[in-house]
Every structure is written in structure tokens, then in C-alpha cells.
Design a protein. Structure first.
Length: 222
């Protein structure tokens, strides 16, 4: 596909175009001259262009992709096999297993394009069934991954995803769960047990630990 932007013919994802534009501006070069110019690209220090949105590993990947001119990445993204009939956030349901493409990796998790025109967040705590200290140890931009939809916030256009596919949708990312009785109902307080002071910390379920809260933090970091 030949677009008006030279980057449309590169392997750089559209959401990463601002990084390339920054590189071009700082070096007083046209974007079209940068794509495929291996000699120039080898002189770049990725750390000079990293920020809170695009970390050092992501910028390094972007510079590497600029060395591959004439390659349109969009057919590759289609190999993620976006689910038929799931085209907007309104089509999403908790528990759906979808394929997607990692568009950005940050210190707090990874953003994944699942074909609904709004990337979802896989928080670092649900990137793997094992402990993850750095999301970049698990995924990188361009990776095709399977994710489970766990939270959908239409008003704020936020999607919570998990790569723990065996985890029930809607579960909190962290924090204690409410105790359950024999048949799954919450245990009733014993009448002869003294009540705790209302000044203590509340155990009532709130938004702490939910994907809504994680997205709020993610937005600040980005």
C-alpha cells in the first residue's frame, strides 16, 4: 500500500510515527530520507528519543524497523486474525479470547491492538502466570498475542486485557477477595463476634486494583 506518508511503506506501526518525526526534526532531515538509510540510523542513540510513552527498547525496535524500507506492516497485523464481528468496543464481552498485536510496551504493561480501534492494556501483573519484573522480558512491539477481555469501560474508552487465559474475567488484578461460604455466598458475620471499629480500613470492594484504576495510573505515566 503506497501512502502519502513515507512511513506507510515501512515496518513502523502508525502509533510510533511521532518517534520518527522527532528523529527527523532533531536531525533536520525529511522522514523519507530516514527510511532505509542504514548508515544514518546506525549513528542514532535510541535513548535520546525515549520518553514515558515510548521506552528505550521500543525506540530501539522502531529504529531497527526503519532499516527495512518497502515493507508494509499492515498485512502482518491481519495475521493476528481479529475476531469477525468484533469491530468496536461495543462488541466486546468479558471472557472473550482474542488475538491482537502489541503496539507499545511500558514499565506497567503492554498495549494491544485487538481490532476495535482502541488498544487494550495488559497490566504487568497479568502478562504471565509467573512473576514479571519487566514487561519487555515477555513481549515486544509487533508481537502477536492471545488475550482475554476482563474489563470494558465504555465511557472512558478503556479495555482491560489479560494474558492469563485461565483466569476468570472480571477478577481484580490484586487485593484480597471477599470470603465465601459453603455454597459460594459471602460468609455472614457471627452474631457473638464483636464488630471492629469503623475507623479501621474498609474491606468493601472498590475500584482499587481494578483495570479502571490501572488505566488511570497508566494514563498518568504515559
Amino acid at each position: 500500500m503506497n501512502g502519502s506518508n513515507p512511513l506507510d511503506r515501512s515496518a513502523v506501526h502508525p502509533e510510533a510515527y511521532p518517534v520518527v518525526e522527532k528523529i527527523a526534526a532533531r536531525n533536520s532531515r525529511d522522514i523519507g530520507q530516514i527510511v532505509g538509510d542504514t548508515g544514518f540510523l546506525k549513528t542514532l542513540a535510541a535513548n535520546d528519543y525515549a520518553d514515558d510513552t515510548f521506552g528505550l527498547p521500543t525506540v530501539t525496535d522502531i529504529i531497527n524497523e526503519l532499516e527495512k524500507p518497502g515493507r508494509d506492516p499492515r498485512p502482518e497485523f491481519k495475521t493476528a486474525e481479529f475476531k469477525e464481528g468484533v469491530e468496536t468496543m461495543d462488541d466486546l464481552q468479558p471472557g472473550m479470547i482474542l488475538e491482537g498485536v502489541v503496539t507499545n510496551v511500558t514499565n506497567f504493561g503492554a498495549f494491544v491492538d485487538i481490532g476495535v480501534h482502541q488498544d487494550g492494556l495488559v497490566h504487568i501483573s497479568v502478562l504471565s502466570n509467573t512473576f514479571v519484573s519487566d514487561p519487555r522480558e515477555v513481549v515486544k512491539a509487533g508481537d502477536i498475542v492471545k488475550v482475554k477481555v476482563v474489563d470494558i469501560d465504555l465511557p472512558r474508552k478503556r479495555i482491560g486485557l489479560s494474558m492469563k487465559l485461565d483466569e476468570a474475567a472480571g477478577e481484580k488484578v490484586d487485593g484480597p477477595r471477599a470470603p465465601k461460604g459453603k455454597h459460594g455466598a459471602k460468609s455472614k458475620a457471627r452474631p457473638n463476634k464483636p464488630q471492629r471499629s469503623s475507623k479501621g480500613p474498609s474491606n468493601a470492594p472498590g475500584k482499587t486494583g481494578t483495570f479502571a484504576d490501572l488505566f488511570a495510573n497508566a494514563k498518568k505515566l504515559r
